[in-house]
Design a binder for this molecule. Structure first.
Ligand code: DON
Length: 316
């Protein structure tokens, strides 16, 4: 269906579509919690929520949409928006990139192969480079304030670090630290290395709900203005470039298959979130901890795909 036809749906029809997508995806099983971060291995694998926020701020939620979970790699999206807002989209493209790696999110090989740039702010290497670009340079707490406040503005409500998750990640993030030092060697880490890794680890450890991430997605879909709070979070001209980054690499090495099958740009996190952006229409977040081999939520993918199929929608 053409995107314009979405506006012929009543709110009751959209609500029913969300409920149907939730019910269908609830039947989907398989996958395993992320095990390489000890905290995530112990999260209840039966949690499942689906939340949609329309570009006018109307919300529909099913299941565990108020449960707090680790934002993980979804945090790469808001911090990409922040550095684009602070330094300009072209600077971020020049210093980090806007391309897919075709490799896993924590690939060291990807950094070696593309040693001129970390490719995109939406893989671990580029996300740590993005944290290193955040202003004010050299000031860990000032940078952290910017990162957290930006996420809060996109969600329209407060967020806090899950301390146990942060400790769990900090104690096991050797691969990320290796990537960061490699980037430093290539001249692609723009602030203190350990500080940048720590900021990235902290942002990944923020606790969020599916409802909050649906509002974040809707803010991107709505051109940078939060449709619930009315706050402009980033310049309208950044929404297209930001959504293109999500479309290009949101599912890492599986992004082409995802886009082909679902028709919606989306970003995942190993906490179990799938955040989808339908420009001009809505944002969606599905949350379920068990992941496939590429680190993407099995049931979360099923829920967002079902929603797109039921609404007969695609960005193409
Ligand atoms: O750096 C990591 O490995 C985690 N904090 C985040 C990875 C992640 O969420 C990948 N996404 N699906």
């Amino acid at each position: 269906m053409a995107i314009g036809a979405f506006h012929t749906f009543t709110k009751a029809q959209i609500k029913a579509a969300v409920a149907q997508a939730y019910d269908e995806a609830k039947q989907v099983t398989g996958g395993e919690n992320a095990h390489y971060i000890p905290y995530l291995a112990n999260v209840d694998p039966s949690l499942f929520g689906l939340s949609v926020c329309l570009a006018d701020g109307t919300r529909f939620s099913m299941g565990d949409t108020s449960s707090v979970f680790g934002i993980e790699s979804v945090s790469k999206v808001p911090t990409a928006a922040l550095v684009m807002e602070q330094s300009g989209a072209e600077t971020v493209r020049k210093d980090i990139g806007a391309d897919a790696t075709g490799l896993p999110f924590n690939s060291v090989l990807a950094v070696c192969l593309e040693n001129d740039r970390p490719s995109t702010p939406l893989v671990n290497a580029g996300a740590m480079a993005a944290c290193s670009m955040v202003e004010p340079q050299g000031q860990a707490e000032g940078k952290w304030r910017e990162i957290r406040q930006n996420i809060e503005a996109l969600c329209g409500s407060p967020v806090a670090v899950i301390d146990e998750l942060y400790r769990s990640e900090s104690a096991t993030n050797f691969q990320n630290r290796s990537i960061a030092w490699l980037l430093k060697d290539y001249g692609r880490l723009y602030d203190d290395v350990e500080m940048s890794v720590d900021l990235y680890t902290r942002q990944c450890s923020l606790g969020v709900t599916a409802e909050q991430l649906a509002i974040m997605a809707a803010t991107i879909a709505n051109g940078g203005e939060n449709p619930v709070t009315g706050e402009r979070v980033f310049a309208e001209k950044l929404a297209g470039p930001l959504t293109s980054l999500i479309a290009t690499v949101g599912f890492y090495q599986n992004t082409g298959d995802w886009l082909y099958e679902s028709g919606i740009p989306a970003k995942t996190g190993v906490g179990g979130a799938v955040l989808g952006v339908m420009p001009g229409l809505f944002g969606v977040c599905a949350f379920a901890p068990p992941l496939d081999g590429a680190g993407n939520s099995v049931r979360g993918q099923a829920a967002v795909k079902a929603l797109m199929r039921i609404l007969d929608l695609s960005i193409f």
